[in-house]
Structures are given as structure tokens and as C-alpha cells.
Design a binder for this molecule. Structure first.
Ligand SMILES: Cc1cc2nc3c(=O)[nH]c(=O)nc-3n(C[C@H](O)[C@H](O)[C@H](O)COP(=O)(O)O)c2cc1C
Ligand code: SF4
Ligand code: SF4
Length: 301
């Protein structure tokens, strides 16, 4: 049996999940390939018995580069795929969003899984509510999930259609379902802060260009080109060693306590279901010290 897992991961959480799922599939089938999304363009997925696609939740859905990846797939009628995600406080309908897009390609989404992960956003404080995740016990479950996907895909191919279990919207709050629409590709450029490179601070190291997942940055252009196309991952701003990528984060910082109040409701509900465990004291989160301020302080230390 042939299987491949395609993953987009920037800070390693989804990659950890992918590696453990891969381990589970390999335990059943002997092997399973693991490929980064940016290298997956040339794969002929029709040749595989089982494919997994995973990413972080960005704005309650899959990042736009993952959307583009799915949209570019050929028709794959009847092929068995599963989807997975890592996320911070509220993943929203990310899994459903991916599954619906894959269904449009004729794919049968036979299962899904997810884990909590630490989150780094310039306008939010760090540590955050999910710092300390993913937990080892959640990753162990991911390995079991991989085994189940391998076994189920064989049974489903042999006609046991009742094993098909696509993701659902159970436990996803209304606001997060609306964010999938409210934070669409068309709307994001209108509401997100614009980045600018402070050329007095930039040392031309090229790190932002290398880390941008969509080739959205050209540091050698005059003026440097940044943020077009963009998936609003903030990787460039977060990783610049000189803090030279600047943006007016004040509006987002102001919204943080309100957003976190909603996140806490989601996390407490997940805690009550036995699906989440706080590894930091939620009362210790310092909204006056967002990540972008912490980074400048660290640079100047
Ligand atoms: C730009 C951005 C948007 C995010 N949006 C959400 C979100 O809507 N819901 C959520 O639960 N986590 C959100 N997160 C947190 C990530 O999903 C989480 O950190 C994830 O584990 C990162 O995966 P990675 O380590 O594989 O890159 C966001 C993170 C970033 C950087
Ligand atoms: S990462 Fe920062 S310092 Fe390096 S090229 Fe980009 S903007 Fe300049
Ligand atoms: S320009 Fe920056 S925020 Fe936009 S996709 Fe590239 S790294 Fe992410």
C-alpha cells in the first residue's frame, strides 16, 4: 500500500503531528512518505492508496497557500485522504474547510485529527494559553490515528463505507465559523496592518525572503517588495533578527483581551470534555507585553 503525508508547518507543531501519524501508518504498511507542502506540487496523488494533508489553523481555516494547493489538484475521484491540523486556542472550521475543498476534487475524506500547539503572533502575548502544547499524550494518540487511517482506508476500499468519518462542526462556536468567511482572502488585505522594511535597520540577511512561504518578499527590489501575495503568517516580522519589519500592531493589540476572553470559553469547554489541559496559568497572561514588544526588548538587551 502506498501512502504520503503532505504538511505545511512553520513553527513545528503540525510537523510533530505529521511525524507521529506517519509512524502509525508505517507501523501498518511498512512505510509512509512525508513531504513538505512546498515540495508536493509534482506528486501524482492518483498513485497513492492514502494521502494525509495537514496544516496549522490560520484565522480558523487553512492558510491560503494550502487553499491554493488543494485548488491546484486534479480531479481525484474516490481517493482516500485524511486531514489534520495543529492550532492555538480555537481551531475553528479548519478541518471542515479542507475537507469541503477536497470533496470538490472528488476526494473521500475518511478521517481527521488535531492537536493544540503553542502560538506566536506579534500582537499577542507569549507565553499564551496553549504554550506547552502539543502534549506527548496527544501525539501518542496521533500515532494511533495513523494506524486507524491505514486500516480503515483498506476496509473502505473494500466497501465498508460506514467507516468514512469526515470532520464536523461539533464544538466549533458560531463566531469561529463566521471568521472563516469574515477573514477571507479578499478581506485580509483591507484589515491587516501593512508591513514596511526599515531600511536603516535591515542588514540584508535574506532570512525573511527564505522563510516567506509564498515568495512574497524581494529584499533586493527598490524599495523592497513585501506582502504580495501574502498568507498573513507574520513569519517575516517574527523572525527578522533586527526587528526591521515594522507594522502598526496597535489595533490588533487592543483587540487581544477581547479575543482571549472568547478563546478562554473554548478552552474551558475543551478542558471540561477532557480534550485540553492548561500548562500555563491563564491568569498569568500579560496583555501589556505583546510579542513584538518582547522581540525589540530582546534585540536591545
Ligand atoms: C497567522 C496566524 C494565525 C493563527 N490563527 C489561529 C486560529 O485562528 N485559531 C487557532 O486556534 N490558532 C491559530 N494560530 C495558531 C497556530 O494555528 C498554531 O500555533 C499552530 O500550531 C502552528 O502550527 P505550526 O507550528 O505547524 O506552524 C494562528 C497562528 C498564526 C501564526
Ligand atoms: S530578515 Fe530583517 S534584516 Fe534580514 S533581510 Fe529581512 S528585513 Fe532585512
Ligand atoms: S510576506 Fe510575511 S506575512 Fe506575508 S506570507 Fe510572507 S512571511 Fe508571511
Amino acid at each position: 500500500m502506498q501512502s504520503v503525508i503532505v504538511v505545511f508547518s512553520q513553527t513545528g507543531n503540525t510537523l510533530k503531528l505529521a511525524e507521529r501519524i506517519r509512524e502509525g501508518i508505517a507501523a501498518e504498511w511498512g512505510e509512509c512518505e512525508l513531504v513538505a507542502l512546498e515540495k508536493a506540487g509534482g506528486i501524482d496523488f492518483a498513485e497513492y492508496d492514502l494521502v494525509g494533508l495537514g496544516c496549522p489553523s490560520f484565522y480558523c481555516k487553512e492558510p491560503f497557500n494550502v487553499t491554493d494547493f488543494i485548488e491546484a489538484l486534479p480531479q481525484l475521484d474516490g481517493k482516500n485522504w485524511f486531514v489534520f491540523a495543529s492550532h492555538g486556542c480555537e481551531m475553528g472550521p479548519v478541518l471542515v474547510s479542507m475537507a469541503e475543498r477536497l470533496a470538490d476534487k472528488g476526494v473521500t475524506v475518511i478521517g481527521s485529527t488535531h492537536v493544540y500547539g503553542d502560538a506566536f503572533l506579534p500582537f499577542y502575548p507569549h507565553p499564551t494559553y496553549t504554550t506547552g502544547h502539543p502534549l506527548e499524550k496527544d501525539l501518542d494518540q496521533a500515532c494511533e490515528f495513523g494506524k486507524t487511517m491505514a486500516k480503515n482506508s483498506v476496509a473502505i476500499a473494500n466497501g465498508q463505507k460506514d467507516l468514512i468519518a469526515p470532520p464536523t462542526l461539533e464544538h466549533i462556536p458560531d463566531w469561529a465559523q463566521k471568521d472563516r468567511v469574515n477573514l477571507s482572502r479578499e478581506i485580509m488585505p483591507k484589515i491587516m496592518p501593512r508591513f514596511a522594511i526599515n531600511q536603516d535597520e535591515c542588514i540584508q540577511c535574506g532570512q525573511c525572503e527564505d522563510l516567506c512561504p509564498v515568495d512574497g518578499i524581494d529584499i533586493s527590489a527598490d524599495p523592497p517588495k513585501i506582502q504580495d501575495p501574502c498568507i498573513y503568517c507574520f513569519m517575516c516580522a517574527k523572525s527578522c533578527p533586527e526587528c526591521a519589519i515594522e507594522a502598526d500592531w496597535s489595533g490588533m493589540v487592543k483587540m487581544a483581551p477581547g479575543n482571549y476572553a472568547r478563546y478562554l470559553v473554548s478552552l474551558k469547554a475543551a478542558e471540561a470534555r477532557g480534550e485540553f489541559q492548561f500548562m500555563v496559568d491563564p491568569d498569568s497572561i500579560n496583555f501589556d507585553d505583546p510579542m513584538h514588544v518582547q522581540q525589540v526588548r530582546k534585540k536591545n538587551a
